[in-house]
Design a protein around this ligand. Structure first.
Ligand code: ADP
Ligand code: MG
Length: 285
């Protein structure tokens, strides 16, 4: 091939440029040699994952349960391993991460934010219906399938997700997730369930319409915890003047400290912010 960067993955795929990096993985573009079809291949080093291989097994079992079931959830097409690595081949999302779009726009126009949140919420309902909690919803794990403005948003990265049995809906006790998006009950270790994803969805909605996330830099564990306890406000006013009361109400229903009182994905899908489209939005000056 004359290209030192191109490697053969078990002779079926050729990997190319790096699409992204996460905590445990490098994701590369890959071409399936016989069909020419392009994928995103998550390459996970077994050495780096030592002792945590079960995270990858969980990711694979979760993905095989939900793949192809919802238009806003990435599909896993193939899985294989070599002595050193594990490889997961996904639909290729060429439109980058949501976080990049927020950064380049500053913030989203409210109707566009609502359309996006509606799609994410529908996908969250779907994964919750399948008995899965994602636990790491954030704009870095939300990808666009194409570079177009109206591309589909896809929930990716099920590496921290859990399958929960019906009778143990609030049974997970461990701290995980990403600072800024973690629900209070995760910090208190009082057990958590699907509602942690709704908290993260609230932070994402907040971030989309304002351009920042409601968390201050925390130096201590106590500060981190305090930050997560729903101490947020729709201030400074200059960031919120164009956001409707309906939009703020939607965020308030996600960022409820008591997980029992927090709205579910089903309830949020009936919220006026997601169903009445343009009606509530304050026009840009
Ligand atoms: P980690 O568990 O290490 O965070 P992710 O699954 O989030 O790994 O992947 C890391 C990054 O790789 C993502 O944030 C994204 O930029 C890129 N990526 C992951 N999956 C895809 C995909 N299907 N298409 C394109 N890029 C992807
Ligand atoms: Mg990730």
């Amino acid at each position: 091939m004359g290209n030192g960067a191109v490697k053969h993955l078990t002779c079926q795929y050729q990997t190319g440029r790096t699409l992204g990096r996460g905590n445990f993985a490098v994701v590369k573009e890959a071409v399936h040699i016989t069909t020419g079809k392009r994928f995103a291949c998550k390459v996970i080093s077994k050495k780096l994952m030592e002792g945590r291989e079960n995270m990858v097994r969980t990711e694979i079992s979760v993905l095989s349960k939900i793949s192809s079931g919802h238009p806003n959830v990435v599909t896993l097409h193939d899985y294989f391993e070599t002595t050193n690595n594990m490889y997961l081949c996904f639909d290729l999302c060429t439109g980058g991460q949501l976080v990049e779009r927020i950064c380049s726009r500053g913030r989203f126009h409210e109707p566009d934010a609502a359309i996006l949140v509606k799609k994410i919420c529908g996908a969250v309902k779907y994964i919750h219906d399948c008995g899965i909690v994602h636990r790491d919803l954030k704009p870095e794990n939300l990808l666009f399938n194409t570079a177009d403005d109206d591309a589909e948003v896809m929930i990716a990265d099920f590496g921290l997700s859990r399958v929960i049995e019906e009778d143990k809906l609030h049974a997970i006790i461990e701290i995980c997730g990403t600072t800024g998006y973690i629900a209070p009950e995760v910090y208190t270790m009082s057990g958590h369930g699907p509602s942690v994803d709704i908290w993260s969805l609230g932070i994402i909605a907040f971030y989309l319409v304002s351009g920042y996330i409601p968390i201050n830099r925390a130096k201590t564990k106590q500060e981190l915890y305090d930050n997560s306890m729903g101490h947020y406000s729709f201030e400074p006013v200059k960031y919120w003047a164009n956001v409707s009361e309906t939009g703020k109400d939607f965020i308030n229903r996600c960022l409820v400290v008591d997980p029992e009182k927090r709205s579910t994905a089903v309830e949020l899908l009936k919220h006026p912010w997601l169903i009445e489209e343009d009606k509530h939005f304050v026009p840009d000056p």
